[in-house]
Design a protein around this ligand. Structure first.
Ligand code: ADP
Ligand code: ADP
Length: 225
């Protein structure tokens, strides 16, 4: 069964107005466990809109979003929020780490919010930081880390509660090529080892080529290749 399935997704902004724009027009996608998929499209094509709909932060005008086989379209806000918290992790271009907290605390806090005991949460946080090569920075605050280190901590935070699906919006857009390569490398390896499904929006075709699959968003539809 797919971790994420999008079926016939339609999304239009400002319907009926002169500035109406159809962003998604029957978008179709299935992402399986352990599969890292690159989402490639020019700026303004609708990547963020698609990720927000897939991440249950926004709703489509028509079509179906299923997470781990559960159809979320038409469910209550409460059910969608719960599915988002339990099953989906997000990474953004700008990491939004909490500046007053250390790297490990940034990865521990979402787990405490989910009711995980602090000793277990710390253990898991350290394991994650170690997996992406920043365990030696566990006690540093974000301002004391390089851009690539910050982004790797943000990946750990997104994965803190072991989501089935990771959604990333230009996660390395502000990093130099070598650094973004490091961040993506860590992420791809982690997904393969843990069965995480990932959908990663990027303009970087070299990075996209390293993922399992690339889908292009064209005229509101998703096409393989
Ligand atoms: P991308 O992430 O690929 O740059 P977006 O999903 O952010 O694209 O935007 C796709 C299109 O939809 C753009 O033309 C954008 O201006 C428009 N758009 C995005 N959000 C809104 C909104 N809230 N209201 C109106 N138009 C929007
Ligand atoms: P919590 O209240 O536990 O932080 P939320 O349901 O508010 O959880 O959010 C779950 C995830 O969705 C978080 O990773 C959060 O950063 C992200 N998120 C929430 N609202 C938005 C939004 N408007 N745009 C982008 N991401 C969001």
């Amino acid at each position: 069964d797919a971790v994420l399935r999008l079926d016939g997704i339609q999304k239009r902004y400002n319907p009926g107005k002169p500035n109406e724009v159809t962003v998604l027009d029957g978008a179709q996608l299935s992402v399986g466990a352990g599969q890292v998929t690159a989402l490639v499209a020019p700026s303004g094509a609708g990547k963020s809109t698609l990720l927000h709909i897939a991440g249950l932060l926004d709703t489509a005008d028509a079509g179906e979003v299923a997470i781990l086989g559960d159809i979320m379209s038409g469910k209550s806000d409460r059910a969608r929020t719960r599915a988002r918290r339990e099953r989906i992790g997000f990474v953004y271009q700008f990491h939004h780490l909490l500046p007053e907290f250390t790297a490990i605390e940034n990865v521990v806090l979402p787990q405490l919010a989910a009711g995980v005991a602090s000793s277990v949460a710390e253990q898991r946080a350290l394991e994650l930081l170690d997996r992406v090569g920043v365990a030696h920075r566990a006690a540093h605050r974000p301002g004391e880390l390089s851009g690539g280190e910050q982004q790797r901590v943000a990946v750990c935070r997104a994965l803190a509660n072991a989501p089935a699906l990771l959604l990333a919006d230009e996660p390395t857009g502000n990093l130099d090529p070598a650094t973004s390569d490091q961040v993506f490398g860590a992420l791809i390896e982690l997904a393969r080892d843990t069965g995480l499904a990932a959908l990663i929006a990027t303009h970087n075709m070299d990075l996209a080529a390293r993922m399992d699959r690339t889908v292009h968003l064209r005229d509101g539809k998703l096409e393989d290749g």
